[in-house]
Design a protein around this ligand. Structure first.
Ligand code: C2E
Ligand code: CA
Ligand code: CA
Length: 574
């Protein structure tokens, strides 16, 4: 009786009831609304379309039986969360809720709870259920159109791991319509040369000079004006033609670079964006090599940007090709770093010259202080791994100043310049192509070397060789009834106390006079009462030792403190 699809309905979707879940089919439900206007006020409803990501894996891993069971639990959870609303089956792994009087916020909360609840049935698969919401506008409409819109909204969040749902709106509708246009006209766009390369300058934070460009594709349509790559890239990837566009962009980039060299202009390395599919659909290394040879441009002036998400495909050859590019003298940058879930994995597995921090962290720059901490941590991490950093999407002076302060080396964004066609650069030559505003190759090496210094590190001059240490002496000391022991102390701490003749915390304490011991004890109590760090200089074995103490936590009679000590006399002698 069960069909091999697993998720596939054992009954036709035009029947009333699905035999796996016992739910009514959407198609049947819609037919009733058409027959009888009083059946359900669809024109006042909200349709939420649910899609299980990777349902195929569930079927493969747990058999069709397991897949069907999963669907039944999915149904149970929906019926619990959307009590009193219509829960229907649309076929395959799609369930639909048609509700009245639930706001988007209320639905969003239920989607969150649904995903939480479903994890217990996924047996470690980390599946996600995505949703698309369509809110009817009160006028009668074709039910199937309403459903399509909900499903379209759902598709909008496929593959975006931090978004669970989308709401259908005019913008989404327009985007969908544009994609449709692209799908129908890309042949013509290739033939008639509607694709153009725009260039966005990249600047060095330390000297504000132009030190590179990113090539960004544009479709200049005679009827529609400019079409964004955010629209056409996805479509070209879907129809497996992206490599054709990218080969064209690479050719144009090399050509423009050759023209600038011949024209006696200042020129800089140019980044091109590679799609994951370029590696699958073409011999991308050969494509780049050929263009470089055709126009005889230096390889170090071609940068390949690979987005972080490209690595999610687990394609082994991708790593090899990237390695070949670098071995051969090209630069490879990782794009949109921090946008996906494989960020750290990629840094561990592959080597990159530059890391481009995902623009979304800057978008939240003024909204949450967390964004600043995250950006700084990425810069810190990159420098520890010997990778240069670039922040894109810089739109304000504040952002620029911050990035400069934390040692992010390069920036790109509307605050400095927008992407422009090549002609605009030549028209604004003095401003953009002039030698005063451009970095020379010697300056590039000079500033790249400076860029390796990590301003965020406590000991920026220590040669680290991937060893992570903190040069600030610190220990965690536990005290109980005035007896103290060390729970943790770093190397620097031991070094410091040895400089005045102590080997552990008890030896430090034994060096105290009775008065200063009493005083220290009072400081511990004070730091606990007022939750403050207390500083005091002690004389220990004729050395002046600057100490800092802070209470951290208490458990019954035990308390733990952070303890820092610096032998000032020893440092003065040095
Ligand atoms: P991307 O590689 O992350 O490129 C940066 C995007 O940020 C560009 O959008 C750029 O115009 C935009 N941008 C630059 N500065 C700012 C700013 O200060 N604020 C804001 N809000 N945006 C800024 P664009 O040109 O629309 O490109 C979108 C994406 O399309 C690119 O993201 C890239 O992934 C893809 N793409 C563009 N051209 C190509 C191409 O030739 N081949 C491939 N495969 N992908 C491309
Ligand atoms: Ca890019
Ligand atoms: Ca990017």
């Amino acid at each position: 009786m069960m069909q091999p699809m697993g998720a596939g309905p054992s009954t036709s979707i035009f029947e009333k009831e699905d035999s796996i879940t016992g739910l009514n089919f959407v198609a049947w439900f819609f037919a009733q609304t058409q027959k009888d206007p009083n059946f359900y006020p669809l024109e006042r409803s909200t349709i939420t379309f649910f899609n299980v990501m990777n349902f195929k894996t569930i079927n493969q891993r747990f058999s069709y039986q397991g897949g069907n069971e999963y669907l039944c639990r999915f149904r149970d959870e929906l019926q619990k969360l959307f009590e009193g609303e219509k829960v229907l089956r649309a076929g395959a792994d799609h369930l639909v809720v048609i509700s009245l009087n639930l706001s988007v916020e209320e639905i969003a909360l239920r989607i969150k709870l649904l995903n939480k609840a479903m994890t217990s049935y996924e047996k470690g698969l980390r599946n996600q259920i995505k949703a698309g919401i369509y809110i009817a506008d009160g006028t009668p409409q074709q039910p199937i159109v309403m459903m399509d819109r909900a499903s379209l909204a759902c598709r909008e969040v496929h593959g975006i791991f931090n978004r669970e749902y989308a709401v259908f709106d005019e913008e989404l509708n327009k985007k969908h319509e544009q994609k449709q246009y692209v799908l129908e006209h890309f042949d013509e766009a290739f033939e008639k040369g509607f694709f153009k390369v725009y260039y966005q300058p990249i600047y060095r934070t330390l000297n504000k000079k132009v030190c590179g460009y990113e090539a960004l594709a544009r479709w200049i349509d005679p009827n529609r004006g400019m079409i964004s790559p955010l629209i056409f890239i996805e479509v070209l990837e879907k129809v497996h033609l992206i490599h054709k566009l990218d080969a064209y962009i690479i050719d144009q980039v090399c050509k423009n670079l050759r023209d600038d060299i011949d024209g006696g202009y200042a020129y800089q390395p140019i980044s091109v964006n590679l799609s994951r599919l370029d590696f699958e659909l073409s011999d991308i290394k050969k494509v780049v090599d050929n263009a470089v040879a055709k126009y005889n441009v230096p390889k170090e002036y071609i940068v390949l940007e690979v987005t972080e998400s490209a690595f999610a495909s687990d394609q082994e050859s991708l790593g090899d090709i990237i390695h070949c590019f670098r071995e051969d003298g090209y630069q490879v940058w990782i794009d949109d770093f921090g946008s996906g879930y494989s960020s750290f994995n990629n840094l561990q597995t592959y080597d990159f010259d530059f890391l481009k921090i995902d623009m979304n962290f800057l978008r939240n720059f003024d909204k949450t202080p967390k964004s600043k901490v995250i950006i700084a941590s990425i810069v810190d991490l990159a420098k520890k791994l010997g990778i240069h950093t670039l922040a894109e999407g810089v739109e304000t002076e504040d952002q620029y100043e911050y990035l400069k302060r934390i040692g992010c080396e390069l920036i790109q964004g509307y605050y400095f310049a927008k992407p422009m066609p090549i002609d605009d650069f030549h028209n604004k030559r003095a401003e953009l192509c002039g030698f005063e505003t451009n970095e020379t190759p010697a300056e590039r090496r000079y500033y790249d070397d400076m860029g390796r210094i990590n301003f965020l590190d406590n000991s920026p001059l220590t040669r680290k060789r991937m060893d992570v240490t903190n040069e600030i002496p610190i220990a965690l000391i536990e005290g109980e009834n005035r007896v103290y022991r060390t729970i943790f102390a770093n190397k620097a701490f031991y070094q410091e106390i040895r400089s005045f003749g102590a080997n552990d915390i008890n030896e430090v304490l034994s060096l105290l006079t009775p008065e200063s011991a009493l005083y220290c004890f009072k400081r511990l109590v004070y730091s606990e009462e007022y939750n403050e760090t207390v500083e005091y200089n002690l004389i220990l074995n004729n050395s002046v030792v600057k100490t800092k103490v802070r209470f951290l936590s208490r458990m019954g009679t035990k308390a733990v403190y952070a303890f820092m000590a610096k032998n000032i006399s020893a440092h003065e002698k040095k």
